[in-house]
Design a protein around this ligand. Structure first.
Ligand code: ZN
Length: 317
């Protein structure tokens, strides 16, 4: 038995085939046509699924269910209502459309809730009852596990941690508000901070670095020991810690798992985040146990793995 896990990102739609034992035996990824509207986004999801169903057939595996992680507000009935990085209001009833197309039970959930589920049940947060997953990508998303239960809130919209406001007079966000956390601490934000360092003349960027630089570029340069990139990452770690401390005060997690592309260089980021997290907690740091801060075990696959695991969990055995 196997399940298909799909992670519909702002730039790519990644799918994988997961066995009931949690082993990834197939994968397929296509670019997400974010600017072409909901019908094109859905068509891409269908194409990736069809490809994975063919892979399953070749492996003589029965696909029992499909799980989809989507980047935005997902209602408790599985409708994708709003996705800032897919152009805003979407209104895709995936929980009805996909079963009608593939005749398979389908679970639709927020992509970071899926990632949090994967990390909690089989990854970096395993063994903890209270886990906060924070995905640093185009924006910032969150998955919350509290008291051993996945938290989705009254409407399914819990965990939109990227839109807590850090600076109410700050820049305009895709959500229509100003100064959201993801504007200073997402992977995109890290790239912008690197770009700004170049524009300001603080960083005389090396030849071969294609501009505008991405967050991953900045991490790669910092890994090479390029001083200005190291400084940009250090400042970025502070922006990240600001939001993490606020969330830790609300949720009191035993473990915070950080995922997303920039965490492929976790060894460069985590020590500084831990240090600044402790400093920002102030006097409270000595009065309480601090949460473990860890990098995602499944890396960029957390969302798709979690979607498949959530789908498998719903299949009667
Ligand atoms: Zn926002």
């Amino acid at each position: 038995m196997a399940a298909i896990g799909l992670d519909m990102g702002g730039t790519k739609t990644a799918g994988l085939l997961l066995t009931a034992n949690g082993e990834v035996v197939g994968s397929h990824t296509l670019p997400t046509p974010s600017r072409e509207g909901p019908a094109a986004v859905l068509a891409t999801l269908v194409l990736v699924t069809e490809h994975l169903l063919t892979q399953a057939k070749q492996l003589c595996m029965d696909v029992a269910a499909i799980g989809v992680g989507v980047p935005g507000l997902v209602s408790t009935s599985g409708q994708l209502c709003f996705a800032g990085h897919l152009g805003g209001e979407v209104g895709l009833d995936l929980a009805a459309l996909l079963p009608a197309r593939f005749m398979l039970p389908t679970v639709v959930d927020n992509d970071n809730t899926c990632a949090g589920y994967a990390e909690w049940t089989a990854g970096a947060g395993r063994g903890f009852d209270d886990v906060l997953y924070v995905g640093l990508g185009t924006g910032i998303g969150g998955g919350i596990i509290s008291g051993g239960l996945v938290q989705r809130g009254a409407n399914g919209f819990a965990g939109e941690v990227g839109h807590i406001v850090i600076d109410r007079n700050g820049e305009l966000c895709t959500c229509g508000r100003r100064g959201c956390w993801e504007l200073s601490a997402s992977g995109t934000a890290l790239g912008r901070q690197g770009e700004q360092a170049i524009v300001d003349g603080r960083w005389n960027a090396a030849a071969g670095l294609v501009r505008p630089v991405s967050g991953t570029d900045v991490m790669d340069q910092a890994a090479l020991g390029v001083d200005p990139a190291v400084a940009v990452v250090e400042t970025f770690a502070g922006h990240l810690a600001v939001g993490l401390v606020d969330l830790a005060l609300v949720l009191d997690p035993g473990c915070i798992v950080l995922g997303g592309g920039v965490m492929t260089r976790a060894e460069l980021l985590l020590p500084s985040v831990r240090q600044q997290f402790r400093l920002l907690l102030g006097d409270m740091a000595s009065m309480r146990a601090l949460p473990e801060l860890r990098a995602a075990h499944f890396g960029p696959r957390s969302g798709a793995v979690g979607a498949a695991l959530l789908a498998l969990a719903r299949v009667p055995r």
